[in-house]
Ligand binder design. Structure first.
Ligand SMILES: O=P(O)(O)OC[C@H]1O[C@](O)(COP(=O)(O)O)[C@@H](O)[C@@H]1O
Length: 315
């Protein structure tokens, strides 16, 4: 891509984060999600791109504001993913881990995925390709421990707090590793494992489209990912086939989800999370924490942005 779009899309995640943070804790799940989606759309639409929206989990969901299928003012053809507000229930309930994400990539390079569950294992570049999704969690945790030269007891496994993860949680407990249980926001849990700052490995079910976003981050930061779509019935398989998926046992890895290095990702924290701090309001504005990364250069920026509402009339 001709432009470093990372610095452009971070403005959109910042605006979505500021918008959502204003509604944090008010308890209205749909409203906060819709407002964040409107805000990110407005800013992304100012970009000089002809962006094709892919992997929006809320497409066709009734009562949810719909992002347009083409984004931008026109220009370079790109793919674009926008998760205006991940963990919207957490944000509406005033809980942790709500984050805004956007990804821009060369046209046709992002795999379109069905709106189905995906089991994922994510590790950072210091761990690399030692994991195997077909092995039990304890085996993978022990491989991570060995590679990082840590005692298993000192390995931190990030898991979403869901009832269907109880077996996983028990197995990890039995092997002695530490657990970081998060209430929502699997992407931020995966990114925590990628950077290795707050977790060493992420394991568990989430949505398939989120897998592509994690893969985009991995194209920029390194790391290793394996994901398997969970099919409950033939209808799920037909849905996957519409996205060009015909191998229903396929293990998805980075190169299956993001083709090439021409990708940029931005994220801004809304509530405090595993990966980024949430929005902090001040007497005259707010401070946001974001990260921006680009696949081609692997440059990774962490930004603290000071917003002054006197000069941002929309707030
Ligand atoms: O519990 P479920 O329905 O499998 O949902 C898992 C999903 O929930 C989340 O934690 C939060 O989802 P939302 O962004 O829709 O609020 C995602 O990160 C994750 O993919």
């Amino acid at each position: 891509m001709d432009t470093n779009y990372g610095m452009e899309i971070v403005r959109a995640t910042e605006i979505a984060a500021l918008t959502a943070a204003r509604l944090q804790g008010l308890g209205d799940h749909d409203h906060i999600l819709n407002q964040a989606r409107k805000a990110i759309t407005k800013t992304l639409n100012r970009l000089h791109i002809d962006g094709c929206l892919v992997n929006d989990r809320f497409t066709q969901r009734k009562d949810t504001y719909q992002l347009p299928s083409r984004i931008g003012k026109g220009g370079e053809k790109t793919d674009i993913m926008a998760v205006a507000l991940e963990a919207h229930r957490s944000a509406a309930d005033g809980k942790n881990n709500a984050t805004s994400y956007a990804v821009i990539a060369k046209e046709g390079s992002i795999q379109s995925l069905p709106n189905l569950s995906m089991y994922k294992i994510v590790v950072g570049p210091r761990v690399g390709q030692v994991i195997d999704i077909n092995q039990p969690p304890a085996v993978n945790v022990k491989r991570v421990a060995r590679t990082l030269r840590k005692y298993t007891e000192n390995v931190t496994v990030c898991i979403l707090n869901q009832t269907r993860h109880q077996k996983l949680i028990n197995e990890v407990r039995q092997c002695g590793a530490r657990i970081k249980l998060i209430e929502g926001g699997e992407i931020s849990g995966c990114l925590a494992a990628l950077t290795g700052e707050k977790a060493d490995i992420y394991i568990g079910y989430g949505y398939a489209p989120e897998g592509a976003l994690v893969a985009a981050a991995m194209s920029c930061l390194g790391g290793y990912f394996e994901g398997k779509i969970f099919y409950e019935n033939d209808r799920d398989k037909r849905e996957a086939a519409e996205h060009g998926i015909d191998d229903f046992d396929k293990i998805f890895r980075l190169q299956d989800l993001i083709r090439g290095k021409e990708v940029a990702i931005a994220a801004t924290g809304i509530t405090d999370g595993e990966f980024l701090e949430g929005v902090r309001f001040t007497s005259n504005g707010a401070i946001t924490t974001s990260f921006v990364a680009r696949g081609e250069s692997r440059t990774y920026r962490k930004l603290e942005t000071h917003h002054f509402f006197d000069y941002k009339p929309v707030f």
